[in-house]
Design a protein around this ligand. Structure first.
Ligand code: HEC
Ligand code: HEC
Length: 390
């Protein structure tokens, strides 16, 4: 499907190139440590950036989209139903027991307490005055220890319940733009299209984990660049933070002064590298079968998914090599796909950039249909158990 920003939504693109400062985030930059202490200190302040920094993007979410006005009227049950998550550690004891989850005022109170993952709001007199988003919006969830969508933060875990498009579609500024609304509401939970506002195509991808990134030289499905390159792309062109980003191959040249993004990238990098992939839960796979499956994997898969990271990046692959949809690769700068580093596969489905394989069994059947593998049913079963163990 092809679709372009039109009407009012077209104003959104120029909005990001406007210069001028509105809000400096609450957290300082850098630290004066050096050596290993600096890594620890950087990860700690990187956590603050990851969870709470908006890079001044209130300018977009509040001034341009006026999303704060829409969210003011959303009750917590509705917010949870579009995948927003509540950080129970930000709430005083007894808060949830006595809170009315059908009252929009409770949403505002949760925001005032910084308890909604990835959404930063300034609240005064029971009203949301300004609102922006952080990296945690898409790349965090909770452990549901208190209730569905309510619990302790799990940074780096993709939020597979988050319906970004449906949330953005609440904007009062987009209501007279049916074309854009129909694109946004077509994505569904766990998907986002990080090029839609650049090229107008509707081709969303699965929100991937931001953990287990140690030792991987190229990020994104298409191997666009190292972590900080992609972080800058998203912070400036997608979150609409105030910073600099240039990519001549995509025709992007955005400069904002002061730049609230660039000096925070090293902190963000340190934090992302500090997030390990979560190990599979006890008893979630058959260890004997997985051991047999490892041999199947070594023969059939390891040429591209090279241990220990299970990717051969920086080598990239044409879509035809693995029979995946070619369109997304044409939208970035490489025209190719990176062999996805396999990490915590038990935790995040669906698989492949477009989510075309709902389960690991589907992944194996996909490869069986495009590569000359000729796996027996037992070999397929063992291979799936091995994938669950990663
Ligand atoms: C609106 C949702 C959203 C937000 C906000 C967001 N991301 Fe992402 N992120 C995505 C999607 C979707 C992709 C996949 C894009 C691709 O691979 O082409 C992605 C990819 C990534 C990757 C690459 C993972 C991999 O294995 O290739 C990293 C790392 C990452 N994001 C970190 C961040 C950081 C740090 C921030 C904050 C600056 C951020 N993201 C903000 C949706 C989001
Ligand atoms: C020719 C190289 C190549 C071979 C061989 C290969 N893969 Fe892949 N694999 C890729 C590429 C490229 C992607 C990314 C495709 C996409 O995102 O659409 C990928 C993605 C995946 C994913 C998705 C991971 C995620 O987080 O979404 C899984 C799982 C996977 N491969 C498993 C396997 C298994 C199992 C085998 C062996 C049967 C195998 N691969 C063989 C290149 C390869």
């Amino acid at each position: 499907m092809r679709c372009r920003w039109t009407g009012k939504a077209a104003a959104i693109i120029p909005a990001v190139v406007l210069a001028g400062c509105q809000l400096e985030g609450p957290f300082g930059s850098g630290s004066s440590f050096s050596g290993p202490e600096r890594d620890v200190a950087s990860a700690a302040s990187g956590q603050q950036v990851f969870r709470y920094e908006t890079f001044g993007n209130e300018r977009f979410w509040t001034d341009t989209l006026r999303l704060h006005a829409a969210i003011q009227t959303v009750d917590p049950l509705t917010a949870l139903s579009v995948g927003l998550k509540v950080d129970a550690d930000r709430l005083p004891p007894g808060f949830l027991q006595s809170a009315d989850l059908t009252d929009p005022a409770t949403t505002v109170e949760l925001l005032r307490r910084d308890a909604v993952l990835g959404v930063r709001a300034q609240v005064a007199g029971g009203e949301i005055r300004r609102l922006g988003i952080t990296c945690a919006f898409c790349h965090s969830t909770v452990d549901n220890s208190v209730g569905e969508g309510i619990g302790r933060r799990l940074d780096g875990w993709p939020n597979g319940d988050l319906d970004v498009g449906r949330i953005v579609a609440l904007s009062p500024e987009l209501q007279d733009d049916p074309e854009v609304l129909s694109v946004l509401t077509s994505w569904g939970p766990g998907f986002y299209d990080p090029y839609f506002n650049q090229d107008g195509l509707n081709d969303p991808v699965v929100i991937p984990p931001a953990y287990g990134l140690q030792g991987i030289p190229l990020e994104t499905y298409t191997g666009e660049g190292p972590i900080s390159y992609w972080n800058a792309y998203v912070a400036v062109t997608q979150m609409h933070g105030q910073g600099d980003f240039r990519q001549p191959l995509l025709g992007i040249s955005i400069q904002n002064s002061p730049d609230l993004v660039t000096h925070r990238l090293p902190l963000l990098l340190a934090y992302q590298l500090s997030l390990p992939a979560p190990p599979p839960p006890d008893g979630s796979f058959d260890a004997d079968a997985a051991a047999d499956g490892e041999a199947v994997f070594a023969a059939a898969c390891a040429s591209c998914h090279v241990p220990p990271t299970f990717t051969d990046a920086p080598t990239l692959h044409a879509a035809g090599e693995t029979g995946v949809d070619p369109v997304y690769a044409t939208r970035g700068t490489t025209g190719m796909y990176r062999a996805t580093p396999l990490r915590a596969l038990w935790q995040h489905s669906p698989y492949f950039h477009d989510g075309s394989a709902p389960t690991l069994e589907d992944v194996v059947e996909h490869y069986e249909s495009v590569l000359p593998l000729f796996l027996s049913p037992d070999e397929k079963h063992d291979l799936v158990e091995f994938l669950k163990s990663l």
